[in-house]
Structure formats: structure tokens, C-alpha cells
Write a protein that binds this ligand. Structure first.
Ligand code: G4P
Length: 200
């Protein structure tokens, strides 16, 4: 998606070996009109899939999930990372380990908001090692809901999440895939496929 590539090239900062800082439009300050464009693109890619709900995880997944929900006109659920006094009744829960942050946390969704008949699109800002996406898939499994696909704004193709999810048969749509990056250069993959497929 060219507008996202351009924005990354103009504004992103590469931190260390593998973290892309995009706080000026995605992770801290949000550009609402830009987010709306990303949401429309995701909605277009999943047109006709009869999606009934969108699921993301707080915090940075919420803006792009909301934009997608607005384009698809379906409810957006965000899994919570903390059980607050707002959470009442039964909930689906699972533990997620984050490589990026080297911590473990519980994600939960109240069972009232996910039904066995739901066809769910998982949406997130980043796909790295994919631990948070696997956590969301576990919540869907607990609920008996069907995962229709996974849409992310930025996939880091040099980390394993996207490759593993596709190998397991999930439809993963990334608006951009970064193959490699350092402080001088960010290199995008052409297309939305697994690099290894080239070799077959
Ligand atoms: P992991 O298994 O390597 O931990 O990766 P995963 O794909 O599960 O992502 C874990 C968290 O790290 C997510 O946010 C994700 O958005 C964020 N993340 C991963 N790589 C990058 C990166 O290169 N740049 C930025 N900006 N974020 C990245 P989170 O922990 O859920 O935090 P938040 O949503 O509260 O911000």
C-alpha cells in the first residue's frame, strides 16, 4: 500500500535492530484521516467474507481496528490486557508472551461479546513474532468463533509471525511488509506473500 510505505519512509525511525517507531501517525499520535484510508483498504481486501466482528488488542491496535470497523460497519472488540472493574461476568482469557517486550500478560474478552456464530477478522497495527495474534486466535477458539483472517498495517517479514500464521493456513493480509531495515534504509517486500514462496 503506497501511502503507508511513503509515510513510513518519511516519518518512521528504526530503533535498535528490529523496532520501527511510527509514533507520529500510528502508535502515539493518530492521524484519523490516514487511519480511515487504512481501514478502507482492509475492508476492501475482505469484501464478501461476511465478517460479523473485528477483534484487536489494546492499545495500539484499536485505531486501525476502529477504522476497519467503520468501513465494514461491524462491531469492534478490543481484548483487554488488564481485568478492570468494568469486566464483569465470564470472560475468555489467555496468556501471551511478548518477545518485543519480554513480558507475559493476560488478554481477555468478556464472553458476552463473542459468539460461536461470529466470523471474526483480527486486526492489529504490527505483526512481529505474532504472539498477540496467537493469543487472539485462542480467545476465538474458546468462544467457538471463526477466524476469517488477520489484517495488519505493518508486518516485519524478518520476524516469524506472518510466515507461521500463513503456514498454518490463516489468511494474513499486511498493508506493507518490511523485509529488512536499519537506520539508513527500510526495504519493503513487493506483494503480500511469503518470501520463501519465491524459492519453490
Ligand atoms: P512479539 O511476539 O514479538 O512480541 O510481537 P507481537 O506481534 O505479538 O507484538 C507485540 C507488541 O509489540 C504489540 O504491541 C506490537 O504492536 C508491538 N510491536 C512489535 N514490533 C513493533 C515495532 O517494530 N514497532 C512498534 N512500534 N511496535 C511493535 P503491544 O505490546 O500490544 O503494545 P501496545 O499495543 O499497547 O502499544
Amino acid at each position: 500500500m503506497n501511502i503507508l510505505k511513503e509515510r513510513i519512509l518519511q516519518e518512521a525511525v528504526v530503533l535498535g535492530e528490529d523496532v520501527l517507531k511510527v509514533s507520529s501517525f500510528l502508535n502515539h499520535q493518530i492521524d484519523p484521516d490516514f487511519m480511515a484510508e487504512l481501514g478502507k483498504e482492509i475492508a476492501q481486501r475482505f469484501e464478501g467474507e461476511k465478517i460479523t466482528k473485528i477483534l484487536t488488542v489494546e492499545a495500539s491496535g484499536i485505531p486501525i481496528a476502529l477504522a476497519t470497523g467503520m468501513a465494514m460497519h461491524v462491531p469492534v472488540i478490543f481484548a483487554k490486557k488488564h481485568s478492570t472493574s468494568n469486566v464483569s461476568g465470564s470472560a475468555y482469557r489467555t496468556i501471551v508472551y511478548s518477545f518485543t517486550h519480554n513480558t507475559e500478560y493476560t488478554v481477555l474478552v468478556e464472553s458476552d461479546y463473542l459468539d460461536a456464530g461470529d466470523r471474526v477478522l483480527i486486526v492489529d497495527d504490527f505483526l512481529a513474532n505474532g504472539r498477540s495474534i496467537y493469543g487472539l486466535l485462542e480467545l476465538l477458539e474458546e468462544a467457538g468463533a471463526q477466524p476469517v483472517g488477520i489484517a495488519v498495517a505493518i508486518e516485519k517479514g524478518f520476524q516469524s509471525g506472518g510466515r507461521e500464521l500463513r503456514a498454518e493456513g490463516y489468511r494474513v493480509e499486511s498493508l506493507v511488509i518490511i523485509d529488512r531495515m536499519d537506520e539508513d534504509e527500510i526495504v519493503f517486500r513487493d506483494g503480500n506473500y511469503d518470501e520463501d514462496e519465491d524459492d519453490e
